[in-house]
Design a protein around this ligand. Structure first.
Ligand SMILES: Cc1cc2nc3c(=O)[nH]c(=O)nc-3n(C[C@H](O)[C@H](O)[C@H](O)COP(=O)(O)OP(=O)(O)OC[C@H]3O[C@@H](n4cnc5c(N)ncnc54)[C@H](O)[C@@H]3O)c2cc1C
Length: 461
């Protein structure tokens, strides 16, 4: 449906005049670029794209959408666009221009506008010896990552990023600006972290005193995957909450821009971040380093450099991935993973990782959101690049095959952020949270105007 068919040109002009940002409709120069997010495999064709420049722009755009009977998808970077439903007839309300970040070193807090990426936060926070609960990639948006939980390199010590949010500035589906925190609009504050009950315009979060930490990667040939995975798994039972780590089966493409020792080769990599000094870090990682990695990058690094550890792609590209929380990762699960994605597997997946959870992630936080804690011990995520139609089907099939191979160890629900296939929120949140979310959704968004990564069906009871 073309917006020009449904919205009088006058109204479109009025919207354009009223906002500092930009508006694009199909056929206009800039529309294709504006609708495109990080994952180039996602090809949505919304009726209108609004690139908001401010919270007031967001409110104007929401009111216009409502007046014209359009639903609203509020993504930022588009890293998490894969599970979204088709956006035909909808407004894509992007916040990518809203990237202001303010660090308050006195209160150890940050305020980030909804379009900020993690790099926008980690760099200025580091100037004060502070760190937020960023994930593996500095290009991921603070908003989507945090509203979906947010599992980062400090997760076992400080928990989910969502549970370090102290306030959220939101435009409600009615087009009103609201500030939600523990004592104002507390239902909205709880539900925005998982519920798709409004458009976030900014959030405030706690920062932590982390200047440097001991972190790095141990690269071993993928032929040793079984031995290394068993050793890592046993090691994870012994480490304190200060250590967050993952085991990563990586297949590097033969690209000239990659360092020669990695180019075209496959590895089992252990990545670890230890909130410690060098001596303690070396001691903690000792059992793994004694496996004799051919490349060992462990050292004291600035917290802002954690974004390089997982070797996530620095530029947009087409990809597909999927993940699952695991209740456990015993020897039989390791063997199943090695069979599905290890040295002998003929797989197009470039990366299959298992992250160690536990620690602070298992402890519900007062004032936390719809994901109070994570009742799972590990997280599986498998991903591959999909530049051609053949690879789309091959990568999809293999990601599901890996996930299926570990089905006996799946936890009761999937991970909100790592579930990259369409699924309702009850598939990625604890059951009790989902029921409360349905009630709050009914109060704030009974007509399901807001399209979110994992939708919530409103219910009155
Ligand atoms: C390379 C890479 C690395 C990753 N690493 C991690 C990791 O370490 N830990 C982790 O937990 N996750 C990780 N993820 C998953 C990531 O957190 C999710 O894909 C998340 O949804 C991305 O948020 P975004 O804002 O960048 O994406 P977007 O696609 O812009 O947003 C995703 C969803 O978030 C919601 N949303 C975003 N902005 C708003 C807003 N302003 N108002 C209301 N809702 C909004 C919407 O439902 C939207 O559909 C990674 C993803 C990638 C691609």
């Amino acid at each position: 449906m073309n917006i020009a068919d449904t919205m009088a040109g006058r109204d479109l002009d009025a919207l354009r005049a009223a906002i500092a940002g930009q508006v694009f409709i199909p056929g206009e120069a800039g529309y294709d670029q504006a609708r495109q997010g990080w994952n180039l495999a996602v090809d949505t064709r919304p009726a209108i794209v609004v690139e908001a420049g401010s919270a007031a722009d967001v409110a104007q755009a929401v009111r216009h959408a409502r007046a014209h009977g359009m639903r609203i998808a509020p993504p930022g970077t588009g890293h998490g666009a894969e599970p979204l439903e088709p956006l035909d007839g909808a407004m894509l309300l992007r916040t990518t221009r809203m990237r202001k970040v303010r660090i308050d070193p006195a209160t150890h807090t940050a305020r980030a506008e909804a379009g900020a990426t993690w790099q926008d936060v980690t760099d200025p926070a580091a100037e004060h010896g502070l760190a937020g609960l960023a994930g593996s990639s500095p290009t991921v948006g603070v908003a989507g990552y945090t509203l979906g939980g947010g599992l980062g390199w400090l997760a076992r010590r400080y928990g989910l990023a969502a549970n370090s949010v102290t306030a959220a500035e939101v435009v409600t589906p009615g087009g009103d600006l609201a500030r939600a925190d523990a004592s104002h609009e507390s239902d909205l504050f709880w539900a925005i972290r998982g519920g798709g009950v409004g458009v976030l315009t900014a959030l405030e979060m706690r920062l932590y005193s982390v200047g440097e930490l001991y972190a790095g990667n141990l690269f071993l040939p993928i032929g040793r995957a079984a031995e290394v995975l068993h050793a890592w798994r046993e090691w994870t039972d012994t480490v304190p909450d200060e250590v967050t780590s993952l085991a990563h089966l990586v297949r590097f493409p033969p690209l000239p821009e990659l360092p020669e020792p990695l180019r075209g080769r496959a590895f089992i990599v252990i990545e670890a971040a230890c909130l410690s000094d060098t001596g303690t870090g070396a001691e903690l990682t000792g059992p793994l380093r004694r496996l004799g990695p051919e490349r060992d990058t462990c050292a004291m690094i600035p917290a802002a450099a954690l974004g390089q550890l997982n070797m996530d792609p620095p530029e947009p590209g087409p990809s597909h991935g999927d993940g699952a929380f695991l209740a456990g990762f015993p020897a039989a699960a390791i063997d199943a993973l090695v069979a599905a994605a290890g040295p002998d597997a003929d797989t197009p997946l470039s990366s299959v990782e298992v992250r160690h959870l536990g620690g602070a992630l298992t402890r519900p936080v007062p004032g936390g959101g719809a994901q109070p804690s994570i009742d799972a011990s590990y997280l599986l995520f498998a991903v591959g690049a999909t530049p051609t139609p053949d690879l789309v089907s091959a990568v999809r099939a293999q990601a599901q095959a890996v996930k299926h191979a570990l089905a006996p160890w799946h936890a009761s629900h999937d991970s909100y952020n790592f579930k990259q296939t369409p699924a309702p929120a009850n598939a990625v949140l604890p059951p009790a949270s989902y029921h409360r979310l349905q009630q709050i959704k009914a109060a704030y968004d009974p007509d399901q105007v807001i399209i979110s990564a994992h939708p919530v069906r409103p219910i009155r009871s």
